[in-house]
Design a protein around this ligand. Structure first.
Ligand code: GAP
Length: 438
């Protein structure tokens, strides 16, 4: 019987599990942590890597009209002036007049959550780019910024990529990398961070074709999430009202998830950025970032459709969506029903007992599978307890080596979701797992 927890509990259950089982830790926890910064443990780093690998495969390697880029986190500060970030990348901030707790203006409540007073300062702009100084003098001339988005790397390298890659419009440049924002308020676990990873694609199109491509990418990106196993009822695409649009955007749609805290909110943004960025960089740098179509002899500044996702948001959504508690013969099991392609551990190998002959075979299988997938070896406690441990971290398969294995060369393979057990030949194990995992 399914007992999946009610929504507010779900967030707590998933946050606890993430810490307890080594997905996510507060950064620098032994010194009290640091707001908006997180460290990813042994399972967290696997899950993150799987998300990034799947995104790259779908958006870059799997297509012939998108190429990759890895730009520096710190770049010439003129980039941020031209892009409008120095001027516009602001959140409205209000402060409690009594205890000075700060809120984003959009999040302000009637009473201060810390002291209960009701008087706040008027909203004022706060630039959320992180500043640093280059070199040793720490003077105003040496100010640089940690990038608040990866997107600008693609715009300022537009000419370089075009000249070196033989791409023709329509085509895209994609990048995965860290971004930094000095968010006024952080929270809801890893939903809003000060350091996070973005996976962004700038898709350059002919002006006039932009609306068609915007629709294309909305469908494509929603499909990607459904392929990861996210439940259809929990995810949707919402088009922005005109009043919500950023200064650079003609139309934006969000892929939204129905989070247990506060309901529908952004998972990924898909913006029509028009020719805003390239034009700003043409004006500011004096360089030619136009596109010349050899066949039609047309010259134009491309429009840009930008699907922009955050790794941490996908991470938390995958965990929330996959988490279930259910009753079985032995009590309640908690299980992460990850799609096998995102699961951090693909299979676990157990010798039934710490018997020398069983351990030898189990270690052999472990070594063999490890060359292909991230797998775990576990010989501690009853097999039932070992199943529970693997269910909780979302491992799709458990493989048990028992005394019959010594004679029939077969192992028991147990499916996480159905809990059904099959006996199969060791020599067929890789093919059996490949069917689901690859
Ligand atoms: N280049 C466009 C851009 O950066 P955005 O909507 O500000 O657009 C894109 O960010 C995605 O990056 C968001 O949908 C979200 O997934 C992620 N993201 C943005 N700010 C974040 C933060 N403070 N913490 C975690 N993820 C964030």
């Amino acid at each position: 019987m399914a007992l999946t927890p009610k929504k507010p509990d779900l967030m707590e259950q998933v946050t606890n599990l993430a810490k307890r089982r080594g997905f996510v830790f507060p950064s620098g926890e032994i010194y009290g942590g640091l707001n908006g910064f997180w460290d990813y443990g042994p399972l967290g780093v696997e899950l993150k890597n799987n998300i990034k690998k799947l995104w790259w495969q779908s958006n870059v390697r799997g297509r012939d009209d998108v190429v990759g880029l890895d730009a520096a986190i710190i770049t010439n500060p003129k980039v941020w002036e031209a892009s409008g970030h120095t001027e516009h990348f602001k959140d409205e901030l209000v402060e409690c007049k009594n205890c000075h707790r700060r809120y984003r203006a959009t999040e302000k409540t009637e009473k201060c959550l810390a002291c209960g007073q009701t008087e706040f300062t008027a909203p004022q702009g706060f630039n959320t780019m992180f500043k640093t100084y280059l070199g040793s003098t720490a003077s105003e001339d040496d100010i640089a910024y940690l990038r608040p988005e990866t997107a600008q790397g693609m715009f300022v390298n537009f000419r370089n990529v075009l000249d070196s890659s033989r791409q023709k419009v329509p085509f895209g440049i994609a990048q995965v990398g860290r971004s930094f924002r000095n968010e006024i308020t952080t929270g809801n676990f890893i939903f809003r961070d000060r350091e996070f990873e973005q996976m962004e694609l700038e898709f350059f199109v002919k002006p006039g074709d932009d609306e068609k491509w915007h629709e294309y990418w909305k469908k494509e990106r929603l499909g990607w999430y459904l392929d990861l196993g996210i439940k259809k009822a929990n995810i949707r695409v919402r088009d922005y009202e005109a009043s919500e649009l950023a200064h650079y955007s003609k139309a934006t749609s969000d892929v939204e998830y129905n989070y247990p805290f506060g309901g529908w909110a952004e998972l990924e943004g898909i913006a029509n950025r028009t020719d805003y960025d390239l034009k700003r960089h043409i004006e500011a740098s004096g360089k030619d970032l136009t596109y010349f179509n050899e066949e039609t002899k047309e010259k134009f500044v491309p429009y840009v459709i930008e699907p922009a996702a955050g790794v941490e948001r996908i991470f938390v959504v995958l965990m929330l969506d996959a988490y279930a508690e259910e009753e079985d013969k032995e009590g309640i099991r908690s299980v992460l029903r990850f799609h096998p392609k995102v699961a951090p551990v693909k299979a676990a190998i157990f010798p039934l007992q710490k018997d020398e002959a069983l351990v030898k075979i189990a270690r052999g299988i472990y070594g063999d599978l490890r060359s292909l997938w991230n797998v775990q070896y576990d010989q501690g406690g009853s097999v039932g307890r070992r199943y529970r441990r693997q269910d909780e971290i979302g491992t799709p398969f458990c493989i048990t080596i028992d005394f019959e294995t010594l004679t029939d060369k077969k192992v028991t393979i147990r499916d996480r979701d159905t809990m059904k057990q099959d006996r199969i030949l060791i020599s067929k194990l890789k093919a059996y797992l490949s069917k689901t995992l690859n």
